[in-house]
Write a protein that binds this ligand. Structure first.
Ligand code: LLP
Length: 429
């Protein structure tokens, strides 16, 4: 994480703030995020959009990675669009004052209420997943006297090498319609004849935490070829191509992400080549990075409450959070790295499992982590927790959700406050 450093007092520092001092001020456990780094990541994407597509497109922040009002306000300021996948994400964004026309609404089972909410608020694009949704949306748009601008979620049939739960572009996926057997072209022809819908574009997303370039190039090739075929066969013009997100980030030393700029450049070459070869105009390009915008900008700080050595077996270091604030180990066996907040560069001489406090043996943050000596009362920071942690958090064991502290230029402020016990029972009747 490039936003980290070691302060003069030997403590871990993020965005110019002492992590131990933040732990004192806001309590533990807590998510701490570097706002400047989030903004810089948005700018990297926006610059690449400018450089490789001449600005003919938009970068959406896939807000499933981390959704709260604070981040939507930041995305508005950074001239980003956003991707939402539920009424809840849409509601949060709208309440934060995010411009509706820059919202893309995804999801494989949008309810009528969610679709109505999108139409009422003038959400920019609805990414249609299936024929049932298509029919509902046409009916609802008609009833409400609106015309919906839609994209179609397409499965390009690409198997990206990532965890099976976060792989989405292959044929055996619950998302979208397949390019095979004419499924995608049939639904687009059907939509083209519908009165209350305006077919604007096509979308694909092949998966998440992908390190290779080739699957992205291949997806772009298949989608551009499909657009050209639609033009040739049916004279249907597709103006917008949404290429999804999925760029990998560095959780541990073993992870080797490519420069995002390189992905975008490589994909843009494929898009331009096919546009020239097939004589179709360059589509308006949409990208949807989520993880790569926020993951490496955040850490979670915990306090150690117990160190248990089972001779000849393993040492467990128990912290005051766990699978409730970071379910990624229990879901995907995801790997993380941790440091001691005091003297984070200290030699890692110990192998120990960093465990959470939930009543579940699988509640682990890092299995067999390499750490320096850790004693009860120490602060430990798990790194790169800025994506898919807060957004996937739960209240298992009725543990309140953590606050999100944003730091910028040596100053900190709360973006989300810690849940209270009263919050936990607020809906209990
Ligand atoms: N666009 C669509 C349609 C998506 O489904 C996703 C992620 C993204 C964009 C953003 O992908 P990213 O750039 O963040 O890789 N909970 C899992 C990740 C699930 C991702 C789902 N879709 C995890 O913790 O790894």
């Amino acid at each position: 994480m490039s936003c980290l450093s070691v302060g003069e007092n030997g403590n871990l520092s993020i965005g110019g703030c002492d992590v131990a001092a933040l732990a004192e001020e806001y309590g533990t456990p807590a998510y701490i995020m570097d706002e400047d780094q989030i903004r810089e990541n948005c700018r990297v994407y926006n610059r690449a959009m400018q450089e490789y597509y001449g600005g003919n497109g938009i970068v959406l922040y896939a807000s499933k990675a981390l959704s709260c009002k604070y981040i939507y306000r930041m995305m508005k300021e950074e001239n980003m669009g956003i991707d939402v996948v539920s009424g809840g994400e849409m509601y949060t964004a709208l309440k934060a004052g995010f411009p509706a026309e820059r919202i893309y609404f995804h999801g494989n089972n949008k309810t009528d209420d969610e679709l109505k909410m999108a139409l009422e608020n003038g959400v920019g694009r609805i990414v249609v997943d299936n024929v049932f949704e298509l029919e509902s949306l046409n009916r609802l748009s008609g009833e409400m006297g609106k015309t919906a601008d839609i994209l179609f979620r397409i499965k390009p049939g690409i198997d990206a090498h990532t965890h099976s739960f976060i792989r989405t572009g292959q044929i055996d996926s619950k998302f979208g319609v397949s390019l095979e057997n004419g499924e995608a072209e049939n639904i687009i022809k059907m939509a083209d004849d519908m009165e209350n819908l305006n077919v604007v574009g096509v979308h694909c997303h092949i998966g998440s935490q992908i390190f290779e370039l080739e699957p992205f190039e291949l997806a772009a090739e298949k989608m551009m070829t499909f657009i050209a075929d639609l033009k040739d066969k049916y004279d249907i013009s597709i103006k917008e191509l949404n290429l999804g997100g999925g760029y990998g980030i560095k959780y541990t030393e073993g992870d080797t992400p490519i420069d995002y700029d390189k992905y975008i450049q490589a994909v843009s070459k494929v898009v331009r080549r096919i546009s020239e070869e097939r004589g179709i105009p360059l589509p308006y390009i949409v990208m949807e990075p989520g993880r790569s915008i926020t993951a490496e900008t955040g850490l979670t700080v915990y306090r150690v409450g117990a160190v248990k050595e089972i001779p000849g077996v393993r040492t467990y270091i128990s912290v005051d959070g766990g699978m409730g604030d970071n379910p990624r180990y229990i879901l995907y066996q995801s790997e993380y790295e941790a440091v001691r907040v005091n003297n984070p560069l200290a030699e890692k001489t110990v192998t120990a499992t960093l465990a959470g406090k939930c009543c579940e043996s699988g509640d682990i943050l890092i299995k067999d982590a390499k750490l320096p000596e850790i004693k009860v009362g120490d602060l430990v920071a798990v790194l790169a927790t800025g994506a898919y942690n807060y957004s996937m958090a739960s209240n298992y064991n009725r543990i309140p959700r953590l606050p999100i502290v944003m730091v910028s230029g040596g100053k900190s402020r709360l973006a989300v406050k810690r849940e209270s016990y009263d919050d936990l029972i607020a809906n209990d009747l």
